[in-house]
Design a protein around this ligand. Structure first.
Ligand code: PLP
Length: 392
């Protein structure tokens, strides 16, 4: 199905399935490691790349391909490579486009494990990273060096929901011969399509909203045919962090309801954010759909909706924050997100617990900060659950 011919929800449901001789309606799972050739000549042609087709499931599997084609269509990219996890997707991009002596400029407000990958592991192989403030374009520009190859960011940021101007950063990246890589985990293509704003490579943790039901760990890279379809695929073929056919099937079925779910996550999160914003026991709410948000106008331009993450500071400190968390009855106390189930977490003592006090305060991770990844339960029940700890 061509990207120009159909709209998002049709692509999400119809792309990528090649019906087999069994005439199945639903997408089949192909739990096979290898594929058979009709002749020695065909085997040779497949291996040399002369003839397209399946070879071995480390890099070719029909179920995985269905997921890849569907996600590529939704992001508006030429190629997609599915990976074993979101981290494997980021690692594969690094191995594909960087070499020793290269430099990354990255937003400071990224997933903690990504910081570790850049700092500890890419650093070990001679790739240095400079971390900058997500929303300060001048600081991004100052950080770019002659050997900078990648600009990396997540928007909106987690947990403080800061929004970066993707188009401006893409222009900056290209003016310096760099690639702009956007981890589109929080919005998904249902709410934001960075490639259309000029970004070069999209990262996904399929673990989050793409599956959306907390069932698998998976990831994906989307971009052009050369960088992603050839170079990133080449890394996967050689190093092996492949998505399994079963996980691909879960994720591709997740895509079918992605835009419905993202609308519902956003609507629930918006109602919760507005309720908290009016509450006397709340100091500050972080949500790009509030008109008081510093990048409210940018978010409205760049995103279809605000997504499911709401963070807030309660009046008081860690004790008050922990009390609110502990008095919830239906919310899950866990750091995961992108699930039908609402999760609540205290970043300062969990996801950001390893930061020094100074790093925490410069990142805005105060002791009274709580993050909620709003799920799809009835919003009245979610608000009652959160309010319980506020009334006391
Ligand atoms: C979870 C997450 C990742 C890592 O994905 P895994 O599937 O857990 O490896 C990367 N980026 C963001 C923004 C995430 O939330």
């Amino acid at each position: 199905m061509s990207n120009n011919e159909f709209n998002f929800d049709t692509l999400a449901i119809r792309t990528g399935h090649q019906r087999t001789a069994e005439s199945e309606h639903g997408e089949p799972i192909f739990p096979t490691s290898s594929f058979v050739f009709n002749s020695a000549a065909e085997a040779a042609a497949r291996f040399s790349g002369e003839q397209p087709g399946n070879i071995y499931a480390r890099f070719t599997n029909p179920t995985v391909r269905t997921f890849e084609q569907r996600l590529a269509a939704l992001e508006g990219g030429e190629s997609c490579v599915a990976t074993a996890s979101g981290m494997a997707a980021i690692m594969a991009v690094c191995l594909a486009v960087l070499k020793s002596g290269d430099h990354i400029v990255s937003s400071r407000s990224i997933f903690g494990t990504t910081t570790m990958l850049f700092d500890r592991y890419m650093g070990k192989f001679g790739v240095e990273t400079t971390f900058v403030d997500l929303t300060d374009l001048a600081v991004w520009e100052q950080a770019i060096q002659k050997n900078t190859k990648l600009l990396f960011l997540e928007t909106p940021s987690n947990p403080l929901t800061e929004v970066a101007d993707i188009a401006a950063l893409a222009e900056l990246a290209h003016a310096h011969d760099c690639l702009l890589v956007v981890d589109n985990c929080f919005c998904t293509p249902a709410l934001q399509q960075p490639l259309k704003l000029g970004a070069d490579i999209i990262i996904h943790s399929a673990t989050k909203y793409l599956d959306g039901q907390g069932r698998i760990v998976g990831g994906a890279v989307v971009g052009d045919k050369e960088t992603v379809g050839t170079d990133v695929l080449g890394v996967l073929r050689t190093t092996g962090p492949t998505m399994s056919p079963f996980n691909a099937w879960i994720a591709l079925k997740g895509l079918e309801t992605l835009s419905l779910r993202m609308k519902a996550h956003s609507s629930n999160a918006s109602q919760l954010a507005h309720m908290l914003d009016q509450h006397a026991s709340i100091e500050k709410v972080f949500f790009s759909g509030l008109s008081s948000h510093p990048q409210y106008e940018l978010a409205k331009r760049q995103q279809k909706d605000s997504g499911g993450i709401v963070s807030f500071r309660v009046k008081g400190g860690k004790e008050e924050a922990w009390k609110l968390i502990d008095q919830t009855k239906i919310l899950s106390i866990t750091a995961n997100l992108g699930d039908t189930k609402t999760t609540i977490t205290h970043p300062a003592s969990t996801t950001h617990g390893r930061l020094t006090d100074e790093q925490k305060s410069s990142a805005g991770i105060t002791d009274n900060l709580i993050r909620i990844a709003v799920g799809l339960e009835d919003i009245e029940d979610i608000m009652t659950d959160v309010s319980r700890g506020l009334e006391s």
